[in-house]
Write a protein of this length. Structure first.
Length: 297
């Protein structure tokens, strides 16, 4: 009986290593900092109607007698040129900026991943067509391309979202294609091909799970870049439009009142910096957690 119990006992190292990536992320200092910052930003944006002291100021409200008030106990981030509470608008602005970033990253990731899978496992002529198309998009600076797409679509939040997605999909396509080319020659894929599995089953059942880790790291990094581009489009008037509390538009409004009312643009800019910084930290932490060579060290 003792021998049988010993034979069925799970080694401690196996029990601990069931979720190695999650455990590495939990031990990573950068990941903990990123999660803390992102948690604060997400809670503030999601519960903005409850946390904002003046939720009506997120719309086209005006309080002329309170305009350009500096930060105080009543107005934590001061007031803008219309007397609206900058703190309340920053909370609601997080909703707009995060929504643009999340939707644009989702669109670009879906399109880029599908094209990358086709390019990596499809016929050579189709791979060449997709890769040359991605080269054309990558040859144009992201912000310039986003401006061109946004102008052609008429501007606004929806146009900015599609414009950002149009600038980002080639990165996913090239990244996924490279991973597919690496995985498709491995033994388990060759075994599935020899057993008669269809190309669709091989791609989505055997290859795609190996692509997911690098996609996760790229998406985390791309969220920060998307928010930056959305803020730039809002700043030049091609993204969100007044009275939207979007962070980039708020910076554009605050520019007109520098240096006296510095707080109008400073605090939305600080929100953008914190979000992009946290997304970059999280992306680096995910890459470290997925790198088995670093894990062994």
């Amino acid at each position: 009986m003792m021998a049988r119990a010993t034979a069925t006992r799970i080694p401690p190292s196996t029990a601990v290593a069931r979720h190695p990536t999650a455990s590495r992320l939990a031990r990573d200092r950068g990941a903990r900092i990123a999660f803390a910052i992102l948690a604060i930003i997400l809670v503030g944006a999601f519960f903005a109607p409850l946390l904002a002291p003046f939720p009506q100021d997120a719309e086209n409200a005006a309080h002329v007698d309170q305009r350009l008030q500096p930060p105080s106990l009543r107005f934590l981030f001061g007031t803008d040129h219309l007397g609206r509470d900058v703190f309340s608008r920053a909370l609601f602005g997080g909703r707009v900026s995060l929504e643009i970033g999340a939707i644009s990253v989702l669109l670009s990731a879906v399109v880029g991943t599908l094209l990358g899978l086709v390019a990596g496992y499809g016929p050579g002529w189709l791979e060449e067509l997709i890769m040359r198309g991605s080269d054309i998009f990558l040859g144009i600076p992201s912000l310039v391309l986003a401006v061109l797409v946004s102008v052609s679509l008429g501007g606004g939040i929806e146009s900015a979202t599609f414009a950002i997605a149009a600038t980002a999909w080639p990165r996913y396509a090239r990244l996924v294609r490279g991973e597919v080319l690496r995985i498709r020659v491995l033994e388990f894929v060759e075994a599935a091909r020899a057993s008669g599995a269809s190309a669709r089953r091989i791609v989505f059942r055997h290859i795609f799970p190996g692509v997911q880790p690098v996609l996760t790291a790229q998406a985390a990094l791309q969220v920060g870049s998307a928010i930056l581009v959305a803020a730039a489009l809002g700043f030049i008037g091609l993204g969100a439009r007044p009275p939207s509390p979007e962070w980039g538009l708020s910076i554009a409004i605050g520019r007109e009142y520098l240096p006296e009312a510095w707080w109008i643009g400073f605090f939305p800019g600080a929100c953008i910096f914190a979000t992009v910084f946290a997304a970059s930290l999280l992306s680096d932490a995910i890459q470290r957690a997925l790198d088995t060579r670093l894990a062994r060290r």
